[in-house]
Design a protein around this ligand. Structure first.
Ligand code: FE2
Length: 333
């Protein structure tokens, strides 16, 4: 079976083609990334970029898989969560293709897709999942048919915290250089830990107070390197703490880090320490598949389609706030 998947929830238009016929399951993986000239993502500008790139990315994916659209068994699309204008681009392309080529359409939740591609690539079986990206910070585990949220951010996401701080103090964009976030890089020269609010409430974290306090410290004259070091330590350690709580509660024997911020080597080292202390196996999704891509949508679409999940074209509307724990996962026990 071959499935084509379309990703367009934020800054990436990605088209992936996967097959369950070979161990080498990725037949195509094409992407176009929107990089704002300055500031954060502007949803409408990003969506214009995605719409412009969509035909070319789709063409490249079909060429590199050496197939035509009539060869695929189903078309999968990320219907949420994400930015409305961006989601609409992928949904429109997917509905048009499904209608024209008379293919089943499979709805995919973007967060579930990050998890499923992580499991497929790392070989983890039943881990505590730490999902860290620009828009998400959550600790999850599979329980009773769904990926359940054990802890999450109560306000902004980790990626958002780091990018916003970097932008406000003039460290970016770009925010990631050579695999390191600019805040991680700057923190290397930090020597002193400042007192910043460490907020863990139950199993949740909160970062907006930390952002405000870090910016205030910088504006009041603290060394930028010291502020970066302190910000990073507080943010990363609070995530490690809620991951540790989930390991204790669920008694799972693995931990897997997914999402765009998973690439941080500093954070990875902290997770290695956590895994050692708890005696569990640790998996980190490689950067290429930790960021948004079409392959993860295609792969999750394939799993869903084999479980009988399809959606009528007329009902295939976007869901900007589609939570991961609203999705049944019938392909896993
Ligand atoms: Fe993502």
């Amino acid at each position: 079976m071959k499935v084509l998947g379309i990703e367009s929830t934020a800054h990436t238009f990605g088209v992936g083609v996967v097959s369950d016929e070979h161990e080498d399951f990725i037949l195509a993986d094409e992407r176009a990334n929107y990089v704002p000239e300055k500031g954060g993502i502007h949803p409408r500008e990003a969506s214009r970029f995605l719409a412009e790139k969509a035909p070319e990315v789709l063409r490249r994916a079909l060429d590199s898989a050496s197939i035509s659209l009539s060869d695929v068994d189903a078309i999968a699309v990320a219907l949420g969560p994400g930015l409305g204008p961006c989601l609409r681009v992928g949904a429109t392309v997917a509905r048009a293709l499904a209608a024209f080529f008379k293919k089943p359409l499979v709805p995919v939740n973007h967060a579930v897709a990050h998890i499923e591609i992580g499991l497929r690539i790392t070989g983890a079986r039943d881990p505590v999942i730490v999902y860290l990206s620009g828009g998400n910070t959550a600790v999850l585990a599979f329980l009773k048919g769904r990926y359940r949220v054990f802890g999450e951010t109560l306000d902004i996401a980790l990626g958002n915290l780091l990018d916003t701080f970097a932008r406000e103090v003039g460290l970016g964009p770009p925010y990631v250089v050579g695999g390191f976030h600019v805040v991680d890089r700057c923190a290397e020269k930090g020597r002193r830990l400042l007192e910043l609010p460490y907020v863990v409430r139950g199993q949740d974290v909160a970062f907006s107070g930390l952002l405000t306090a870090a910016l205030r410290a910088y504006r009041q004259g603290a060394d930028l390197e010291d502020v970066c070091l302190s910000l990073r330590e507080v943010a990363y350690n609070s995530i490690i703490e809620i991951a540790a709580r989930c390991l204790t509660q669920t008694k799972k024997r693995e931990v897997m880090v997914v999402g765009g911020v998973a690439a941080s080597p500093i954070l990875r080292a902290k997770f290695e320490t956590l895994a050692k202390i708890y005696g569990v196996d640790m998996y980190v999704v490689p950067p290429k598949y930790a960021v948004d891509n079409g392959v993860m949508i295609a792969w999750t679409g394939l799993l869903a389609y084999k479980s009988g999940i399809v959606i009528d074209i007329a009902n295939a509307v976007i869901r900007q706030r589609w939570r991961v724990d609203e999705v049944d996962i019938p392909w896993r026990r």
